[in-house]
Each structure stands twice: as C-alpha cells, then as structure tokens.
Design a protein around this ligand. Structure first.
Ligand code: ATP
Ligand code: MG
Length: 199
C-alpha cells in the first residue's frame, strides 16, 4: 500500500519536473526586466532593495531613486552608497506632511531628471524607482513620459517600481507585477517604526 503511494508520488513529481523543465527551456529571451511591486502591505521597498543588493553582489551596477523619502533615514542607503550605488533622493517637497502642489511638483520633476539619466545609462544594470507610483497618482510626473523612458531604456537594464496603487498602464508595461497584501501590520497595534527593520 505504502509502496504504491510512493510510486504514485514519484510519478507525479516526475511529471511536474518535466513540465518545469519544458518551461525553463522555453524561456530563452535575454532582456532586462521591468517589475512593479504594489499593494497595501509592507515589503515593497524592502523587496526593491533586495534586487539592488543582488545586483551589487555580482559587482553589477545599480542606481536608486527615492521619491517622497524626504529627510527620512534609510538603512539601505547607508549600506549601498558604500558600495558605489548612486542615490537620487527627493529632498524637499512631498511627504505626508506637506500638501504644496507647486513645490511638490518641482521636487518630483527634479528627481525625475536624475531618474531619466539612470534610465538612459547603458552601464546601469538595475534602477530602483522607489515610491514612483505616487508621483503619477498626484500628476506630479507625466505618465506618458515615465512610460516612454522605461520603454526606451537599454535592452539589458532592469527597472523596479514600488508604491501603492500602481497605475494600470505601468502594470500593463511591466513584465513582472507583484501585489503585497496587508494581512496585519505592527503599527496597527501601536508598535513604533523600528530602525534597522522599518527603515
Ligand atoms: P517597506 O519599506 O518596509 O518595504 P513598503 O515599501 O511596502 O514598506 P510603504 O507603503 O512604502 O511600504 O510605507 C512606508 C512605511 O510605512 C514603512 O515604514 C512601512 O513599515 C510602513 N507601512 C507599510 N505598510 C503599512 C501598513 N499596512 N500599515 C501601516 N504602516 C505600513
Ligand atoms: Mg515603500
């Protein structure tokens, strides 16, 4: 009886392996990947920085653009700058506290110029555009311009965009899209954001 079960399991695994092997064989295109990480749960920026870290681990070149970070501290920045990763950080303007459209738009536009330079640079393998989605939602950046810059980037360059409520057209253009779902968050039970964990 148990032998029969073992045999069935083996056959099932064998079929699964064949299917996976076929799909691996079929995936032959070599190109940079555009990934969107969206949703209301925690882990979007962490995941984007994970990709940057992988890239740096292979001595490849990555660049980070942080929209809406303002003056906040950032553990990843402290580490990655030491490894030669350039950071373009929106210094002033949009945070949850300010609601000045004019200064926010100006700050977003300035930061976007740096993003555009990274997206045109053949030597950069991965560009992280952290919290970009909000710039489109608030119309601080032109959607078409953002899509065009991502579309015309170097062939082998990968791009990761993070932020809640990603625009439908960003999702359409992306190769890989993940939605991080909020099940619960420590903040809801009164736990303070923790250095080295939340930022
Ligand atoms: P992380 O930077 O930890 O990967 P994130 O990028 O997914 O988080 P954002 O939407 O950018 O999350 O929010 C930034 C900050 O808000 C983070 O410090 C995060 O811990 C916190 N946060 C994320 N999701 C939630 C949530 N569902 N409720 C409360 N706070 C949250
Ligand atoms: Mg984030």
């Amino acid at each position: 009886m148990s032998q029969d079960k073992d045999q069935k399991h083996k056959e099932r695994q064998q079929r699964l392996k064949e299917q996976v092997d076929q799909r691996v064989e079929a995936a032959q295109k070599e190109q940079g990947i555009f990934q969107v990480i969206t949703g209301n749960g925690k882990g979007k920026s962490t995941s984007g920085f994970g990709v940057v870290t992988r890239c740096v681990g292979y001595d490849k070149k990555a660049a980070v653009v942080q929209f809406i970070k303002g003056e906040w501290d950032c553990g990843e920045r402290r580490l990655l700058e030491k490894h030669g990763v350039p950071f373009a950080v929106m210094k002033t303007g949009f945070t949850w506290d300010t609601q000045n459209r004019e200064s926010d738009t100006k700050a977003a536009q300035e930061t976007w110029q740096q993003a555009k330079a990274f997206l045109a640079d053949e030597s950069i393998d991965v560009v992280l555009l952290d919290e970009l989605t909000y710039m489109i939602t608030y119309q601080y950046l032109d959607l078409e311009e953002v899509l065009a810059a991502i579309r015309s980037r170097p062939h082998m360059q990968s791009v990761v965009v993070t932020g809640r409520a990603a625009h439908r057209e960003l999702i359409e253009l992306a190769d890989t899209v993940s939605e991080v779902k909020n099940i619960k968050h420590a903040f809801d039970s009164g736990v303070k954001a923790l250095q080295g964990f939340d930022y």
